[in-house]
Design a protein around this ligand. Structure first.
Ligand SMILES: *Cc1c(COP(=O)(O)O)cnc(C)c1O
Length: 465
């Protein structure tokens, strides 16, 4: 199932073939060790070695094009995989965290992520959240003029903060192939739209009036944004920083936060584009970015984690309807809402394993891989040619380490699957560690108002008493 394996750049982001081998070993070991079976019909698996390799590839790619001594913080976009042990693994690998809610900030802290490596971006930060971020010394990028006014008040009443403060801009360079993840369209909800009348001048003036503003931030988009468009957005942000600094007569903007957004090739096992390709393109298009005058922050999410996560689900039943072969599995909308609701934009590759976790052989037949939820569209893959899945087999949804099993959707009160990290045990086998316990049915009830069962039946309008 991996004939397309390549390591085109030899830059550490490859090793795609080894990754497939590790995944196959982990699926078999998960069955052998009982993590996966009739009573645990779905799990998420995370490849620890693969995650470390991606973090290394990212750091190397930017270090290779930046002037020696350039401060570069790679802040992992926590929403891509909001699990505390994952954030701690990345912290240990030298990365930071980009958080976008009080919850993400709290879990980055629980992971031990230092405040000085944390960046808080969100379009709807409350006053309390801003106050907390400034008290902690976490970097904050103001999304809009109203939020900047809140920062004004906090900076003036709170005295000094060690938080680096900036403004998020939207270079409005356009959309990629997926509307929902394109953040640099003319009407995007994020940041200050630089091409709107008067907006650019407003940003320049805002910096002139606030010596404590030191950063510009832009995130052009996620999956589906071509490298050239990402680079154009960064170039526009850089040009604005140069303009602000020329006006200030000093290097007021000392750090550029260029966002994340490197796409993942969900159609094959090949890592493409690579961090090295993107960094080299940036160096070509925006050479001043790397000449040592600016510190850099990046915010990659999907490209760091997607490849290293796999949802593995048992085939509970197989059937046929209207001539279509259907494998009914335990993985559907609860772990893959984007794929289920917008299958054209978010296709996933499926790998077939037998009940013992060995890659299933056999001439491919067209079949649907269905999920457990009660609506007809709950399909992980429709009309897909795969070796024929049998009852008790396993269907693996590949490349689901980012934005999938970490971000569970509680449709039909389906329980969150357990998540396990895996690594070679040094003895030819595979060792697992619990990253997140499987959710129990009792927890589902508790989260669904179980403690308030009579809340509505005992509520009475006062006049009816
Ligand atoms: C989602 C997001 C990211 C991460 O995007 P990826 O495509 O996962 O790399 C980075 N920055 C901001 C502001 C985001 O909203």
């Amino acid at each position: 199932m991996s004939g397309d394996v390549v390591d085109r750049c030899g830059d550490g982001s490859g090793d795609d073939g080894e990754r497939v081998g590790r995944r196959d070993d982990a699926v078999r070991a998960a069955v052998e060790q009982g993590l996966l079976g009739p009573d645990a019909p779905i799990v998420g698996l995370l490849d620890v070695q693969g995650i470390r390799a991606s973090a290394t590839a990212l750091r190397r790619a930017f270090a290779a094009v930046a002037a020696p001594g350039t401060a570069i913080l790679h802040a992992f976009a926590v929403k891509a995989n909001p699990l505390v042990p994952v954030v701690r693994l990345l912290a240990e690998a030298g990365l930071g965290a980009e958080v976008a809610s009080a919850g993400e900030l709290a879990l980055a802290r629980a992971a031990g992520m230092p405040a000085e490596r944390t960046v808080f971006d969100a379009p709807a930060k409350t006053e309390a959240e801003l106050r907390e971020a400034l008290a902690l010394g976490v970097a904050v990028n103001a999304d809009n003029p109203q939020e900047l006014r809140r920062l004004d008040a906090l900076v003036h009443t709170g005295g000094t903060t060690s938080s680096p403060l900036g403004i998020r801009v939207n270079p409005q360079v356009g959309a990629g192939t997926i509307g929902a993840t394109s953040t640099a369209t003319a009407t995007s909800k994020f940041g200050v739209g630089l091409r709107d009348e008067g907006a650019r001048e407003w940003v320049v003036q805002a910096f002139a009036e606030r010596p404590w503003l030191t950063r510009l931030h832009a995130h052009i988009g996620s999956q589906g944004i071509p490298l050239s468009l990402l680079a154009r957005g960064v170039a526009e942000t850089y040009a604005l920083a140069e303009e602000i600094n020329a006006r200030a007569g000093r290097r007021q903007v000392d750090t550029l936060d260029i966002g994340g957004g490197l796409s993942v090739n969900f159609a094959s096992e090949a890592t493409e584009p690579t961090y090295a390709q993107y960094a080299r393109l940036l160096a070509e298009v925006v050479p001043g970015l790397f000449d040592g005058r600016y510190g850099l922050v990046t915010e990659f999410g999907r490209s760091l984690l997607a490849r290293h996560g796999t949802v593995v689900a048992r085939v509970e039943y197989t059937k046929s309807s209207g001539g279509r072969r259907i494998a009914v599995t335990h993985a559907g909308v609860q772990v893959a809402p984007r794929t289920v609701y917008v299958p054209g934009a978010w296709p996933l590759r499926i790998a077939a394993y037998d009940a013992k976790g060995r890659p299933r052989q056999g001439a491919p037949v067209v079949q649907d891989v269905a999920g457990p939820a009660c609506f007809a569209g709950d399909l992980l893959a429709e009309g897909r040619a795969l070796p024929p899945l049998e009852q008790g087999d396993l269907a693996a949804a590949l490349d689901t380490g980012a934005y999938y099993f970490g971000s569970h959707y509680s449709y039909n009160s389906l329980a969150r699957p357990g998540v396990y990290g895996f690594a070679a045990d040094g003895d030819g086998g595979v060792a697992f560690a619990v990253v997140r316990e499987p959710q129990t049915v009792a927890e589902v009830v508790a989260e669904s108002g179980g403690a308030h069962a009579d809340a509505l039946t005992t509520l009475r309008a006062s006049e009816s008493r």
